[in-house]
Ligand binder design. Structure first.
Ligand code: COA
Length: 179
């Protein structure tokens, strides 16, 4: 599935394509080393997308490459976040710093929300770190509401096979999707 930006927000924005990820895009998500520790996390999310329990989106600007991403989990072990029918969970949402504040993040969310609505989902859930008020403001503008506190403990295996633990207190936000 491919979607083209229509609205003109800057010189480059109309040339961005928001599309499903492909295996050859995974390396670009590491951002020249900044996110190499998530190599396995990305690979596992990609495998889930191949099995149909997740949808991974990237924003591509040719010839620059991948300049944004967002992952959607359709079902997981926490049904209040994603239950495979009404609730889907959005995470790993990032735009490269030099392309922020031009409307790309909003456009990516438009694509994702529309896609989820068409799949029959009624709610998008996400966690936003309590120390990230900019992202929270963007979500609030789009109609997301804080519904719970999340302690934000999670762990993952990094690219060298080491367990890493993260503590990131967050607000869980939710938006009801309407046509
Ligand atoms: C959160 C993030 C993905 C948003 O992406 P973005 O491309 O900057 O998003 P947008 O440009 O659509 O919106 C950002 C702001 O720019 C404004 N904006 C939108 N179009 C604009 C334009 N054409 N000109 C100027 N400003 C614009 C929006 O109104 C919004 O303002 P707000 O913060 O007051 O709500 C990005 O900031 C990011 O990658 N942050 C780091 C990672 C992160 O925090 N991710 C979220 C985790 S929950």
């Amino acid at each position: 599935m491919e979607t083209k930006v229509k609205e003109k927000g800057s010189d480059w924005l109309p040339r961005v394509t928001v599309r499903h990820i492909q295996a050859q895009d995974l390396y670009a998500l590491e951002w020249e080393g900044e996110f190499t520790h998530f190599r396995r996390v990305y690979w596992e999310a990609y495998q889930r997308s191949r099995l149909g329990s997740a949808v991974l989106w990237v924003a591509e600007l040719k010839p620059v490459g991948i300049i944004g991403q967002v992952f959607i989990q359709l079902v997981c072990d926490r049904p209040e976040l994603a239950n495979g029918s009404s609730h889907a969970y959005l995470y790993s949402f990032r735009v490269r710093p030099e392309y922020r504040n031009a409307g790309l993040g909003s456009y990516i969310m438009d694509v994702v929300e529309q896609d989820l609505f068409q799949r029959g989902f009624h709610y998008v859930t996400l966690n936003v770190a309590k120390d990230n008020p900019q992202a929270q403001r963007l979500y609030e503008r789009r109609g997301y509401k804080v519904v719970a506190h999340e302690p934000g403990y999670w762990s993952y295996i990094d690219e060298k096979g080491r367990w890493q633990s993260v503590e990131e207190p967050a607000w869980r936000m939710e938006k009801r999707l309407e046509r």
